[in-house]
Design a protein around this ligand. Sequence first.
Ligand code: PLP
Length: 375
Amino acid sequence: MIYLDNAATTRVLPVALEKIVRFAEEDYFNPSAGYAPAIAVKKELHRAAETIAEMLGASADEIIFTSCATESNNFALGCGIKNKKGNVVVSSGEHASVYECAMRLKSKGMEVRFVDPDSNGHVTPEKVAAATDENTAFVSVIHCSNETGVVNDIAAISATVRKISPKVVVHSDGVQAFAKIRTDVKELGVDLYSISAHKVGGMKGVGALYVRRGFGMQPFIAGGGQQDGRRSGTENVCGITSFAAAAKQYAETAASFDAAALRKIFTDKFGSMDNVRINGGGVTSGYIVSLSFKGLKGEIIAHGMEDRGILIGLGSACSTHVRSNRVLSAMGVDKEYAQGSVRISFSPFCNIEDATTAADALEQVTNELRIKMGR
Ligand code: PLP
């Protein structure tokens, strides 16, 4: 099997598995307990926060662990808006976990302004600035698109909106950027930044939210006061410790991995073909390539690939039930193309051979489908 749906999830790395087993079987103590073995577990949680923080250019006290990035995004939009009378600016290229929160704010009466990506998939600082005014309370723009792999210039967006609305809160969803490209939160100029473990070799069901020191975030989940009262619930020790171990190794491997070379195999093959569109250009992470085949159906292409032992995605795994692709539509991709979209995504553990095999198979599958359909 060739697995090329790494933006949906990744295989758990052995270094992460070691932590999972250790903290499930041996060091299973509740980190809030007072005896020595439990205190040792609490220290391991702190070490994990230090590791993640270091990767983000932050401090351990700025990291709050959550149950997933969906929770991190709900936390950010649910508790990060300080001026409730202000407006909210969100890109329409967001993952559903930001987009749906924005829609919820809208249904509660907040003014929410959506900014479409350009035809290349980029949410530009100019467009965000045009939607922002001195009453803008919150801005959220995805760092790296889960649909196209396009990397938005969050530093420029942040600097621009802060000039217009000095008290604005800036959030970015960094799930597809973290451990792959540079994610220094101070350079990005964000107050809040969401990440997820299972995209970088960790377990599903673990995430984190960076909250800038001094921000004064109210808790989203109240209860026993864990994580200094910022997120209650007994910490997922297996998940958190394995997240840190996985992310560190993932990033180290990513540092010498040429994702762009794998992406190029697809863009070289399909870029100049009639009736095929490569979605997203300019600055991309290299880890995702989104292709649209005019007149075909993404699901049928993906099934054809699966029959050849190659697993690819259709777009955000969380939204496969949604027929039309919201993000591609926002970029102005025609329905005829959008319905024939597939997403191929890499990890630093992928290789050129597998990508080449997959690109050849994709060409065969789509050619065969076109012949069958007489297109
Ligand atoms: N944000 C982005 C950009 C994603 O790609 C995903 C997962 O697909 C999420 C958020 C949600 O992450 P999680 O599965 O940890 O809730």
